[in-house]
Each structure stands twice: as C-alpha cells, then as structure tokens.
Design a protein around this ligand. Sequence first.
Ligand code: CS2
Length: 507
Amino acid sequence: MSAPQNLSRSRHGAVPIPETPGRSGILHLGLGNFHRAHQAVYTAAAIAADGGDWGIVGVASRSRAVVDAMRAQDHLYSVATISPQDTTLRVPAVHTDAFVAADDPQRVVAGIADPAIRIVTLTVTENGYSSSPATGRLDIADPAIAADLRGDGPRTTIGQLARGIQRRAAASGAPLTVLSCDNLAANGTHTKGLVREFLQELPTAEGAEALAFLESSVSFPSSMVDRIVPSTTPALRDEVSSLLGAWDEVPVPAEPFTMWAIEDDFAAGRPAWEAGGAVFSTEVDRYEQLKVRLLNGTHSLIAYLGALQGAETIPDAVGRPAIREAARAVLTHEYTPSIQVPSGVDIADYQRQLFLRWGNTALGHKTSQVGTDGSVKLRQRIPGPALRLLDRGEMPHLIALTVAAYLSCIAPRPGFDPGPFASAMTDGARDRLAALAGSARTGADLAEASIVDLRFFGEDLADRPAFTERVGDLVDTIAGDGVPAAIVECVTAADADVTHRGSEVVA
Ligand code: CS2
C-alpha cells in the first residue's frame, strides 16, 4: 500500500477546513501543543463568527520538527479531542506562517515591531520567563539574559519582547497587546514587570523611548488558560491519519474540557474569542489561582506520588485509592480554602470535574510530563497555600508531601530507586539537586539544602523551619516505609486538623 499523502488544503478527508485568514494580526511565541490545541481553536471560532485579520504567525523557540511539518502541510494540523467514548477531529487552519526563532532571532524582533501585528501571545511555559525563583524578578545573572542585554540574539522570551517593543517604539509607535497564556499568577503584570526590568537595565539613551512606549501603548492583560494537552505519540499520528485519510505529522491530542478567562484590556483590538467560549472577566487573578492551585498543584502531587508508585499515566495514578485520597485531601483541605472562587463558578462541580479530567484513560497523559520542570512549576503552585496554613499555626501536610515526593523523584538519596517514570522527568535543577542529595545524610539535610539554602520555593517558605522539617521527615518516610505509609500519615493528620478546626469555609 502506498504511504498516505500529507494533510493539505486539497487533502483532508471528511474534516472541513475553514479558509486560512489572509493576513496575520497575531505573533505567537511557543508553537507547542498547548497553543495549537487552545488559542488556535478559539481564534478559529472567533474568525468564523466575526472575521478579522487574525491569522497567527507561529514561532517555535528552537525545535524545527513542528515548523517543518506545518510548512509541509499548508500550515494545517488536526486537534484530536479525546475521551474514553470517542475521538473527534478538527483542523483550526489559523496559522499563516511558522518559523524557528533560533534560526533567525531578528525575524522575531521584526515581527513584534510590525504594525500589522496587534497581539503577541505567549505559551513559553513557567520556565520561559527568566525570572529568579527566589525573588520573581528578572534573573540578570542568567547568561542568556546577559547576552540579550548586550545586544546578541535575542534568544530569551523577555529579550525578544523587549527588543521588539524597542523597535516598534522607534518605528511606528503602534499600540500592542502582549498576552501571556502560561500558568503564572498575575501573568500579565508579571510579564510586563520583567520586560520593564530588561529595558531599565539598558543604558538610558537606549531604553528610555521604549520604556515610555511600554507604559503608554502596550497592554499586558492577564489570562488563565486551561486544557490538558499531552504530547503527540506515534499511535496518535496513526489514528488521526487513518481518520483523516491523509498523513498528519503533527496532530495534537487534547481533553474535551477547555477554559480561557481573559482580562479585557487590549491596546489594538482583539479577536472575538468569546465565540469559542472564552470568558472576559475582571476576576482573572481568581481564575488563575483556582487553576494553578486546584488543578496544577494537585496534578503535581498525583504525578510525583504516581511515578514513585510505578504509574506511567495520570489516570493510572489517580485511579489508585491511596493517591486519590491524597489528591482529595490536598484539594479540599489545603488548596480550596486558599482561593477566592470567581463569581459564577460552582466549586463543588469544579472539583468533581477535576477528578473526571485526571481520570480520562483515553488521553494517556504521562506522570513524567506533569512532573517535568517541578523546580519552576511548584514555585507557582505551593508557597501561597502553604504559607496561609503555616500562618494559622497549621501544617500543610499534603503540600509538604508534594515537595518530599518531588525531591524523591528528582534527587533520590543514595540507595533509593524512584523508578523509570521519575527518571524520565526533566528538570533544569536536577543536577544541582542530585549533587545535594548525594551528600545529604538524611531527608532533613536535603530539605534544608533545597528549601532554605537554595530558596527553592521563595524567601517566605525558606523561613518556616517547621515546614522544612516536615518535608525532611517525609523524604525519609518515603524512602524507609514507602509511599503508601507517607500518604496515610499525611491524610490522617490533615483530616484530623480539619475535624479539630471545624468545617472548611470556601470564600
Ligand atoms: C500540568 C499542566 O504539566 C503540568 O504541570 O499541570 O500542563 C496542565 O495539564 C495544564 O495546565 C492544564 O491546563
């Protein structure tokens, strides 16, 4: 049998393909699966409902694979919405071009400066913001930031934004919106702060015009993006290509659930994303906390405990009664009471949905994917809720267990084997932590070195010896008595604390 032809405008089987917009109004940094299954789908719905020059130029940071495949497929690909019941396909068809930033850094700068581009969107992960974990400020000691400040590249996202804004200020002065779609609290304000710090580091003559333009003409709305999007597998390519009747090299798997809450502060217009179900809200910070703590924070716990117990996927992990209990306890006792629920959100229903989403067995979401980059992700997820309980004289047992399980996966002490799924997690801090683990005599040593000496979870948590001690004990319990014993100990203690203080009050 001959190999199927590539997906293209003339070869797409039964899946309808809308017209690709003739002009591009959006430049997107981070052409990964998250963007392609989320923002691209909302943009397709917006254009279908309301038109507009909102084609997307997709910029991949370094990886050539998606760019090459999209070019070979008329910039088309399919999004496979996967549930245990079925798989459905759609082709968003909103990308007008794609390129690799590392191949041509000046093209990114020129794109951001182009007055036809009215929105720059970002999905560069928590790792892509070059901010110091301890202070949250721009990490000017980072060699990549230092190089961008000297005028190389630029290669960092913040360097690209700052240099693009600088050129735009000097050229057209046309207003611009920068929209972060990453899992960071107050992601708009945070991104603006980092770009401002970059420009402030430049000599006055170089940075002043751009700084004034930043304040007067560039808006940075915050947004909360939610859709579980695993990595693409060979099996998905085969399945999608046989459903399509054409070869799609870069399909994206995604769960049925999807949510986008955005602050409506656009300096130069925006697509009618509400047509795809986006919510424009003045409560985006609340949505962000809801998601970063309840979904992402609990997700991390499930991933690390699951990997240590030999679970390759999130549904396998959360299907295990002990891990499910730990997830229930952290969600209801430690994360939910720490947030203010956005108006109109039914929190009991949101929690129920989370368990259904994590339990989607057809999606194959890997524990190693969620466990990757914990050193930057946990910094977003855990300090606020942990400090809230510590301030009340209570111990966040399950959050401490999250940190202990993370350390056990990434920096196992000599003699402890965390298993293959933990070893598959990548983390920029792995080598540093592994060196500490190698010389730590006890869990307490490792907890002290990472939480206090390295300020892994920020200044405030470094200053809570009771928390560090609890994490250290749990590292030893995991290694000595096993994960189930650590879970029982934490869930029992957390349930007892709640019984003692009475029922939870959810704001
Ligand atoms: C996950 C997220 O990998 C992770 O850390 O918690 O990617 C999660 O799947 C998404 O934020 C869902 O919107």
